[in-house]
Design a protein around this ligand. Sequence first.
Ligand SMILES: Nc1nc2c(c(=O)[nH]1)N[C@H]1C(S)=C(S)[C@@H](COP(=O)(O)O)O[C@H]1N2
Ligand SMILES: [Mo]
Length: 331
Amino acid sequence: MDRIAPKPPLVKDGPVFNVNIAPVHLSRRLTGTEDLFVLAHMSVPNLDKNHWSFEICGLVDQRVTISFEQLLNYPKRTIEAALQCAGNPFEPSKPARQVANVKWGGVDLRDLFAGVRIDPAASHLWAYGLDYGEFGGAQASHYRKDVPVTRIGAGDVMIAYELNGEPLSSEHGFPARLVVPGFYGTNSVKWLCRLELAASRPEGIFTTQFYNDPIEGGGTKPVWAIEPESMFVSPVPDSKMRLQASEIWGWAWSSSPIKLVEVSFDGGRTWRDAQTESRQEHSWQKFSIDWSPREPGEYELRCRATDDEGRIQPVIEARNSIYSVNVVVER
Ligand SMILES: Nc1nc2c(c(=O)[nH]1)N[C@H]1C(S)=C(S)[C@@H](COP(=O)(O)O)O[C@H]1N2
Ligand SMILES: [Mo]
């Protein structure tokens, strides 16, 4: 892939893997921007919104260039959505559990594409970021990902210019980025410079070498839709609890609404249904359950979510495998 725009100055020439969110930072429904993880594979561009634009091209009737000022003229939408990093692409079946819930402000792609005729042959939307550099021993002239065109028709895919009510910071994609609610974070391309309609997936390390999961019976599938997942916020791992009733709670999320969260207090032998709130927009959902341990001792608590499509969390060897915490109950 050739470079499609001049290389911008960089805030950081090198990757940022700032993914240390501990459950203690998850107690608020909306994750503060200061608590949100930052992930940049190669570099962080330093862009000037007055000299920035992005183009729509490929299988469309006309090529369109949109400046930051023009972007602000489209209807503004906000959406609350869980944002989850798929984890280390070298270890795709290892749970990373880097997740947050934030509020984006920007333009829905359906509104943006309202005046553009898309060729029916277009099956994928390719998104290009202005960042470049080295990842996994390979050079990339852009960070480039794709989204199936059907996902755009479903709505809520946005070009965001605000995060939690503030302009994006450089690290989070200033001046504007793609946001694909319900898809893993890797697909939400920051420092956007091009949206290209195409009839296939794009070449490039981030869509071919990395971010494809093996499927049963052979082959792979792109790391797109988030699989069901759940995490305790309380109790915290390895904590001490009193021998009394307490509320056990956490968050559950998936590309589809979560319909059930079950909790086990005996390491997965028996399960009880938790109460799970319904989903607002693409937000994560709170689950809670009362627990009155009968006797002091060590306990292993597990939670597992099932979504509307009937998908359930696997026990091991998946990025969304079941989360557990150990606690000690004292008299
Ligand atoms: N241009 C570009 N966009 C990118 C990335 C990147 O390296 N370059 N990283 C992706 C990954 S893996 C994640 S998890 C999210 C993280 O978004 P955040 O840093 O705003 O939290 O950005 C995605 N968008
Ligand atoms: Mo990620």
